[in-house]
Structures are given as structure tokens and as C-alpha cells.
Design a protein around this ligand. Sequence first.
Ligand code: SRM
Ligand code: SF4
Length: 566
Amino acid sequence: MTHEGQKKESKIEVIKRESRYLRGTLKEALQDESPLFSEENVQVLKFHGVYQQDDRDLRLKLKKEGKDKHYIMMVRARIPGGVLNPDQYLVFDRLADEYTDYGTLRITTRQTIQLHGVIKRNLKTAIQNLNEVLIRTLGGCGDQVRNIISCAAPGDEPFRTEMREDVLSLVDRLGAKTRAYYEIWLDGEPVQLDEGESEEPLYGEVYLPRKFKVAMAPEGDNCIDVYDNDIGFVAHIENRHVVGYTVLVGGGMGRTASDKATYPRLASPLCYVSRTDLVETAAAIVTIQRDYGDRVNRRFARMKYLIDRRGSDWFLTELESRLNRTLEAPRPLVWHSAADHLGWHREREGVSYLGLYVPNGRVKDSESVKLKSALRDIVREFRPTVRLTTQQNVILSGIPDELRPEIERKLREAGVPLVEEVSAVHRHAMACVALPTCGLAVAESERALPGLLPVFERVFEELGIADEPITIRMTGCPNGCARPYNADIAFVGRTMGKYDVFLGGSHLGTELNELFKEFVPLDQLVDSVRPVLAAYAQEREPGENFGEFCRRVGLDRFRHVEQALL
Ligand code: SRM
Ligand code: SF4
């Protein structure tokens, strides 16, 4: 039964309830010879940070040969704020070589690493290896609070340390507590629960109705797209210290192209809380979604739909009643940047950090660019802290200034471009994984965007807008994993080879874009937006960015131009 009516709960709710706090029959399944998990275990596995996939490039060939799919697992770690010590990074690097089909690491849009292509037989060892360096995968996926993201830039300002402490407190309070993880992957002793005792005091036995995302940004720099999360905390900083947080709620990108009732939504400001009240406020919000979120129809189960259904006033009243006090109004928010943190920056006296561009987050060695090897060698030799950004890049931090030339030399030798050699078009672009591993992809993304960006570079050069911070994001389906709906330009896969084009978001992540054209073939994507870019180059007002221009002049004008030409 749900709060939203009398209808039957979804099948996944039943699986969760019957899983005994995420045990399912995973322990047994890991011992059998089958290359795949049962349907129920596939759902439970997600909570442990593992997706069962198959290599979609091989499907047709294997089918013709009368063989089953090539089943592989994707392992997604939980790395709060994207911070890894050198040993942790090196374990990922090694596991990619030893246990994955592709030999790559994939930095995600939520500051973690995915290993694609681990076969079932190797899964337990891979997860054990991660746990040996204190990397958990519990919470990587599933209907629970996912990896909590936060600005990855290091620095000696006290507010950075305070935000880090607060992120870790949130992880501690909001993360899953089940001992199943230790029993299944680390051979821990089974726990004996007393009658009525819960292993998940916050979630209960059915966890949350849907995935739940939490983010923390310092006021002024929206490098993490804080508005795209179920809860966004924006730190207000006075005299270099965090004084409190404005709380944003109800963000989310996911939509279904064929269902107009679904939509992306930016989180809206709800209240302001002090640092001391942060964690309990977050937990209380989670319990509202736990108790009232839709458990019948997963398509409408994210908290954004709950808030829109019941209203922000209801939500605030409910929160106040759970916290037993009146909450302060949110503070006004001002954004100056959405920094990518690339290049060299001062971290503290005599110490720097280096942000490196990783095309679509894929850490690999190619013929000409040996990024994976270079990172491994640098991390081994100089032992920087490795920080992953939500723009799929990597930061090497804690580097004594005198080592800078040596590190640059190593990167150049490996063919890794430094920021000066990366165009603005590339710096501001992102693609989701899509094919061949994502089971939901209907079009290419990570493998298609690299072909488009050089063409955009030429167009931007011709139009004299090469240095403008125009974000281009691509996804292989409407789910929105590369956060396309607040990009200036977005290509969202609609069917194989065709994309919906969205225009007019904002580089600062504060505006949603608008659907411009549907079903545009891959080779016509650049041309489809060229007239708008040309008009922007000609007619923009001083300081006006691309998204603002689109919203000021309206996209109809360009739709009509094209219709007139037809
Ligand atoms: Fe995502 C599902 C990859 C960030 C919205 N996402 C998936 C799955 C697991 C496909 C599946 O369910 O079978 C994809 C695995 C592909 C693969 O082979 O690796 C996948 N999502 C990713 C990553 C790896 C994209 C990337 O290129 O980096 C990101 C991993 C983040 C992480 O480390 O946890 C990733 N996904 C996002 C984001 C961006 C964000 O959170 O900032 C979103 C939009 C924000 C949001 O949640 O609303 C996002 N992913 C989705 C959705 C749509 C959710 C919805 O509310 O409708 C799905 C599908 C679903 O949940 O049913 C999805
Ligand atoms: Fe897969 Fe779609 Fe997410 Fe891309 S946006 S990774 S295609 S679910």
C-alpha cells in the first residue's frame, strides 16, 4: 500500500522487501557457474553498486552464432566528493587491466569510477580488492542515497575543510547500513537480528522509492550542477568559513521522450539551515520521500514529482513538522562560475593542483595518448591525491611546486594535452556512456561526441565565438546522465543515429533548455544549430551568453527560418 492511492506497488518494491536488507540470493549466486544473475538478484545487485549488462556490440554476432549474450558487470564505486588517495586510485587502475574486458576506467558525472566489463566470476574479487583500500560500492546505484557530490577543487580555505566534513557526515547519516554487503562480498559473519530490529533505521526494509541524489556546492561556483539533484546544499561562506546552507529540493533530469508527463526539473530553494542542523534536515527530507514518494509507478517516483504533486508549501510544512521547528527562508543565491578546475592552480603555499581534461571521463591508453599509463606513473611516483570532478575530469592535488615541470614533462611524453591545448568547445562538453554497455541507450553518445566536437570547433572559430563558455552535452537516451537539459546545446538520443536537439540552458546550470528539433540525424546536428549560433555571434548583447540569447530572441524564429527554406 502507498500514500498515493490503493494501486499495487511496483515489482521492484516486492523484490526489495523480500531481499532481506539486500541479501537476495547473491551469496549463493556468486558460487554458481552461470555467467548471469537472476532477475531478482539483478535488482538487488544494483544497491551493491553493480549493474548486469551485456556488450551490445557483440549481440548480433553472438545471436547469429546461436550463442547467448556476453554478460558483463559494471561496478560503480561510492567515492564521496570524488576524493581518492593514491593507493585507492592505483587499485582501480590495476583492476581495469586485470578484471575488465575494456581495460579502461570511466570517471562519471557524479565523481566516481565505473569499471565496465567485469565477468561474474571475477566480481567478488574485484569488489574485495576495492574494499581492501576502503572503497565501498554499496550505494553506487539502487533506490538509496547515491554518491554525494561536492566541488572537487582543493585549497587551504577553512570552508573547504568544513564542506568536506559535512559531506562525510551526510554520507555517514544517509548511507545504507545493511551488513549484507559485508556478508556477501567480504565473507562477514551473518548478523542475527532481534525480532522487530531493523538494519536500516533510516530507510526501512524497502529502502527509497527511487534513486536519491545529494550534492553540495560552495555559493558562487556551480561546478557540480547543484540544481540537478534531489537535494542540493549551497554553502554560504563568511570570513572564509561555512555559516550555513541554503537547501534546494526536487531536482532531476530524467524524462521519457514518449511521455509528456515526465520532465526534467531544477531543484527549488526551500530553506536555510545552520551547519549543525544540516544532517538532520537532510535525513528528514529523505524520510518524506521515503514515506510519500510514489511506490507504484517508478516513472514518477523521484522526489521532484512528489513536490510538484503536493506543492512546495506542503513539503516545507511536512519538513518543519518532522524537525519540530520553523525553518528560515532560503538565502538569495548568486552564481559567478561553473569552473572546470582544469590547469595548474595554487592549493596552498608552495603546493599546486593540476586539473586534467579526460575526454568523456574515459581513462584509457590509445595509440597517440597514453592517459591511463601516464596517470598511473605519476600517481605511483609523486603520490598526489586524486580528485574526480562532476565534469568527468581528474585533478591531481598536493603537488609541491618544484615537481610541476617533471609532471608536465611526463604528460607531454604520453601525449596528454594540458589545458592550454584543449579548446573551449572540448572543455565544456560531456557525453554519457551509452553504447556498448548501457542497456538503456537508443543511440551512440560517448563514441559519437568526439566526432562532432572538431566540427563545432571550426564553426565556433568561423563565427568568432571560440572562447565562449558554451556547453555541449550528449546522451544516448532521454534519461539525462550527462545532465543535458541545462546545457546550452544538448543532443539527446531518440533512436539509433537520431537525436532531439535542445537549446538555451546555461553554462551556470541555472536554466533548463528547450526542445528545438526532433529526430535530427547525427551528421546534421551541427548544421541544425549553426543558424542559431550565427545569429548569436551577430546579435548578442554585451556580456550575453548563448543560453540567455536563445531565451531572449526565442527559438521559434529559427524553426520558422528552416520551415521557410523547405
Ligand atoms: Fe545515469 C541509468 C550511467 C549519472 C539519470 N545511468 C543509468 C544506467 C545505470 C543505465 C541502466 O539503468 O541500466 C547507466 C549505465 C551506463 C553504463 O554503461 O555505464 C547510467 N549515469 C550514468 C553515468 C555513468 C553517466 C556518465 O557518463 O558519467 C553517471 C554515473 C553517475 C554516478 O557515478 O552515480 C550517471 N544519471 C546520471 C545523472 C547525472 C547526475 O546525477 O548528476 C542523471 C540525471 C540526474 C537525475 O538523476 O535525474 C542520471 N541514469 C539516469 C536515469 C533517469 C533517472 C530518472 O529520474 O528518470 C537512469 C534510468 C533510471 O534510473 O531508470 C539512469
Ligand atoms: Fe545510458 Fe541513457 Fe544514461 Fe546515456 S543517458 S548512460 S544512454 S541511461
